[in-house]
Ligand binder design. Structure first.
Ligand code: PMP
Length: 390
């Protein structure tokens, strides 16, 4: 059998054998008692992952972009205005969705390598009424992580909904919906959940449901939360056939997350990210995001002189590790390495060893000197420190 490569692109992420096993279970009737119970459990687990007790969770066949669309369409009446905090590619996608549906919106753009400063948000929101603010937690093109908690502190002073695109963050970086008063966390299966792609995932606050109810009709049918709400409350009802196998796999993914404990999971993501960054800095690479905007879920890495993107990524792949190229203006100048989901410490060490091997074999002129590694003992420290998730 062909040796599988380690997939370190910014999603999909490597899939744990327990999840693959769940995916390959028989396809049950979508209204069978077993599947009904499983979907209910997955929905409940999802709320724990984003520290939400009072809202509603939704898991629907689709992907992150559908979740973005659902978030916008269910919170907006026609005459209202949206503020998008954009730090790159996926902020622009939010704009494109708003434009497609004729929504009125303004955009605050960050400087390259930074997130939108909370001060800019504070100033803008005090001057103009917005029905909602939408922010990307981690932009997958730039590797910038936005200060979501600080944004939330500002937004909650107003009657404004706060929508967080957590596609590249949820389950790897903390998002405390109730405590921070976030109204929607939207995400997808294929990143920090470590589940194969195929699901749009959302958790919404009670007031989002009330708002949707007050709007009567919206320009959506499949994306209408009110069509899905009865199914999420009682999955034995039918609206549109759920992706049974994918959802069984998603349940397994959420179990793995809660067994690890969310605090441990955030700590592991942070430690893995720090080790990878240390290694890359030691070897002469630099990053697109500036401090403190570096995400714990992926690194967007600038090449030092003497490395050609195509040759580097091809050789890295031959040495067992697949990373992604840069998007848009970054193409050819950076590579993107995902380090989220259920990545084990030995997989990280394999990738770091393979990186050095790759640089040596392409004749990299810089110094190959770095001891950065994850060690088993450090791993135990993190794993044994069980913190009870409330
Ligand atoms: N938002 C962010 C931050 C993303 O990284 C992505 C996917 N890379 C999306 C939205 C869109 O998700 P999907 O590709 O699943 O539609």
């Amino acid at each position: 059998m062909k040796q599988e490569k380690l997939l370190l692109i910014p999603g999909p992420t490597p899939v744990h054998p327990r999840i693959l096993n769940a995916l390959s279970q028989p396809t049950l009737s979508h209204v069978s008692p077993v599947f009904v119970a499983e979907l209910k459990e997955a929905l409940a687990n999802l709320k724990k992952i984003v520290f939400n007790k009072r809202g509603e969770s939704f898991i629907v066949a689709g992907a992150g972009t559908l979740a973005m669309e659902m978030a916008l369409l269910n919170t907006f009446a026609k005459q209202e205005r949206l503020l998008i905090l954009s730090q790159g590619f996926f902020g622009q996608r939010m704009e494109k969705i708003a434009r497609s549906f004729g929504l009125d919106y303004d955009v605050l753009r960050s400087e390259q390598g930074k997130a939108v400063e909370p001060g800019m948000l504070d100033e803008r929101i005090s001057q103009r009424a917005y029905a909602a603010v939408a922010a990307t937690h981690v932009d997958t093109a730039t590797g910038v992580c936005a200060p979501i908690r600080e944004y939330a502190q500002i937004i909650r002073e107003y009657e404004t909904f706060f929508i967080v695109d957590g596609v590249c963050a949820t389950g790897g970086i903390e998002e405390r919906m109730d405590e921070w008063e976030v109204d929607i966390v939207l995400t997808a299966a294929q990143k920090c959940f470590g589940v194969p792609p195929g699901l749009a995932v959302l958790v919404v606050s009670e007031r989002v449901i009330k708002k949707r109810e007050s709007m009567k009709t919206i320009p959506a049918f499949y994306a209408d939360l009110l069509n899905w709400l009865p199914i999420m409350k009682d999955p034995s009802k039918y609206f549109s056939t759920p992706s049974v196998n994918e959802m069984r796999a998603f349940l397994e993914g959420t179990k793995i997350m809660l067994e690890e404990g969310m605090e441990n999971r955030f700590a592991r993501h942070s430690r893995v990210a720090q080790t990878i960054r240390t290694k890359l800095l030691d070897l002469g690479f630099s990053f697109v995001p500036e401090n403190p905007y570096l995400a714990d879920t992926l690194s967007v890495v600038r090449y030092p002189d003497g490395i050609e993107d195509g040759v580097f990524r091809k050789t890295f792949a031959e040495n067992g590790v697949i990373v992604a190229g840069g998007l848009g203006d970054f193409a050819g100048k950076v590579f993107r390495m995902g380090h989220m989901g259920n990545l084990s410490f030995s997989q990280v060490d394999f990738a770091l060893d393979s990186l050095e091997k790759t640089l040596a074999s392409i004749g990299y002129p810089g110094k190959l000197k770095s001891n950065a590694r994850m060690t088993e003992s450090k791993f135990e420290t993190v794993r044994n420190k069980r913190v009870k998730d409330k």
